[in-house]
Design a protein around this ligand. Structure first.
Ligand code: ADP
Length: 393
C-alpha cells in the first residue's frame, strides 16, 4: 500500500510518499512559491535529489507535476499504486476529534472554521481541491492538528472570561501540534508496552507546545485559542499579560493586529535576544557571554520547566517526559538544563545518553524518578497511518 502525506501551505505543498507495508518513505519533497514568480520543486528519492524551477500557477499544477515526476522518475509505475492521500489539516474546532475521510462536509467545515486559522485552513482546502482535480478516485483523509486535544475537559479548555465569548464566539483553548503529540503518545505506548501512563510530551521546535497525556488522552496543552499561547518559542512570546497590548499600542502608535504580529513574529527568542530565532545561534551567543542571548535562553528554559512542573501536578505524577521537534531532538544543552531544573521531581539525566541525537534515546538514568526520552516526531507518518486505517475500513 502506498500513501501520500500532504501538508499544503498558501504557496507551498510538502509531500511524503510512504510504502506502508514497512512504513518507509519512498520519496519526499517540496513545491514552493506556487502562484509566485520563481516557483520550483525539490523531490528526494533513493538518496537522490531532483530540483527544477518551473511555472506553478496553482496547487493543481503542483500536484500534476508531482504525480508526473513520480512516474517519470520511476518512483511508481502508475498512479493506480497510490492508495490514499492524507492531508494535514489545521483547525477542526470542536467538531473533529479524530481523523476523517474527506468529503464535501469536511471541506465546507474547513471553510467555515477559517477565521480560527486564517492562514492555514484556506491553504489546506487548496491542497484537497488539487488532489480532487487530479486524482478524483483516490480516497483522501484529513488529519487535524487540533483533534488530539479534544479530550480536554472544560476546566482545561475554558478561559476565565465572560462565558458568552465561549458559547457564542468559540473562544476556548483548542491546542495545536496534536498529530505530533499523538505520534509521541503512541511511541511511548510501544516503548512501555502498555497504554496506562502519564506522559508530558514536549514538542519544542521553532513553534512549540507541551501536552499532558493520561492513558493515551490529552488532558491539557500549552497552545490555546491560537498557537501564540504557552511556552516561549522562536518568534512567539507564548503566555503574556494581555494588558500590555493596549499599552504598547499607545506607545508605538500601532493597532491591535500589528501588536499581535509583533507577538507572533518578533518576540520569543528573537525578541529577547535581538539576534535570532534559531536556538543554535542563541547558544553560540550564550557561549560568547552575550547577556541578551543568555536572558532569552534562560527564559525559554524557564517556561518549559514551569509547564512541565504544572503538568506533573495535574497528572498526579509523570511516568515519562519526551523531548521532540527541532530543539527537543537536537539541542543537547537545552535538554540538559531543563532536566537539571526538574531535579526536585526526581529527574536525573544521563549526560552520555543525552549527547545522542536523531534516534529514540532514553536520556534519564536508571534511578531517575521519571523516564526521559528523546523521540523524533513524524507527523507525516502519523498522517499516512491514519489514512491507511480509514481507507481500509
Ligand atoms: P518548526 O516548528 O518550524 O517545524 P522545527 O521542529 O524544525 O521547527 O525546529 C526548528 C528549530 O530547531 C530551529 O529553529 C532551531 O532552533 C532548532 N534546532 C535544530 N537543530 C538544532 C540543534 N542542533 N541545536 C539546537 N537547536 C536546533
Amino acid at each position: 500500500m502506498k500513501i501520500i502525506s500532504i501538508n499544503a501551505g498558501s504557496s507551498s505543498l510538502k509531500f511524503s510518499l510512504f510504502n506502508m507495508d514497512n512504513e518507509t518513505v519512498i520519496a519526499s519533497g517540496l513545491f514552493e512559491r506556487i502562484g509566485i514568480e520563481g516557483s520550483n520543486y525539490v523531490i528526494k528519492y533513493n538518496g537522490e535529489k531532483v530540483s527544477e524551477e518551473i511555472e506553478l500557477n496553482n496547487h493543481t499544477d503542483a500536484v500534476k507535476i508531482l504525480l508526473d515526476k513520480l512516474i517519470t522518475l520511476e518512483i511508481i509505475s502508475s498512479l493506480d499504486e497510490i492508495d490514499g492521500v492524507g492531508h494535514r489539516l489545521v483547525h477542526g474546532k470542536d467538531k473533529y476529534s479524530k481523523s476523517v475521510i474527506i468529503n464535501d462536509e469536511v471541506v465546507n467545515d474547513l471553510e467555515e472554521f477559517k477565521e480560527f486559522a486564517p492562514l492555514h485552513n484556506p491553504a489546506n482546502i487548496l491542497g484537497i481541491k488539487a488532489f480532487k482535480d487530479v486524482l478524483p478516485e483516490v480516497p483522501m483523509v484529513g488529519v487535524f492538528d487540533t483533534a488530539f486535544h479534544q479530550t480536554m475537559e472544560k476546566e482545561a479548555y475554558l478561559y476565565p472570561v465572560p462565558y458568552k465569548w465561549y458559547s457564542e464566539y468559540g473562544v476556548r483553548k483548542y491546542g495545536f501540534h496534536g498529530t505530533s503529540h499523538r505520534f509521541i503518545t503512541q511511541s511511548v505506548r510501544e516503548i512501555l508496552g502498555r497504554d496506562n501512563f502519564n506522559l508530558i510530551s514536549c514538542h519544542i521546535g521553532n513553534g512549540g507546545s507541551i501536552t499532558a497525556v493520561k492513558d493515551m488522552k490529552c488532558v491539557d496543552t500549552t497552545m490555546g485559542f491560537t498557537p501564540l499561547a504557552g511556552i516561549m518559542m522562536g518568534t512567539r512570546s507564548g503566555e503574556i499579560d494581555s494588558s500590555l497590548i493596549p499599552y504598547i499600542m499607545e506607545k508605538e502608535g500601532k493597532n491591535a493586529s500589528e501588536i499581535i504580529d509583533d507577538l507572533n513574529k518578533n518576540s520569543g527568542l528573537v525578541g529577547l535576544s535581538e539576534y535570532s530565532s534559531d536556538m543554535r545561534d542563541i547558544l553560540v551567543k550564550c557561549d560568547e557571554g552575550d547577556e541578551k542571548a543568555i536572558a532569552a535562553k534562560n527564559k525559554y528554559v524557564r517556561r518549559i520547566v514551569d509547564y512541565i512542573a504544572q503538568y506533573y501536578v495535574l497528572l498526579g505524577g509523570a511516568d515519562v517526559i519526551v523531548f521532540t521537534a527541532g530543539v527537543g531532538e537536537n539541542s543537547i544543552p537545552i535538554r540538559r538544563e531543563v532536566c537539571e531544573k526538574l531535579a526536585p521531581l526526581g529527574v536525573k539525566i544521563d549526560l552520555d545518553q543525552n549527547s545522542k541525537r536523531g534516534e529514540v534515546t532514553k536520556i534519564s538514568t536508571e534511578d531517575s524518578a521519571i523516564a526521559v526520552y528523546v523521540i523524533p516526531t513524524d507527523e507525516e507518518l502519523m498522517i499516512a497511518r491514519d489514512t491507511l486505517n480509514l481507507i481500509n475500513r
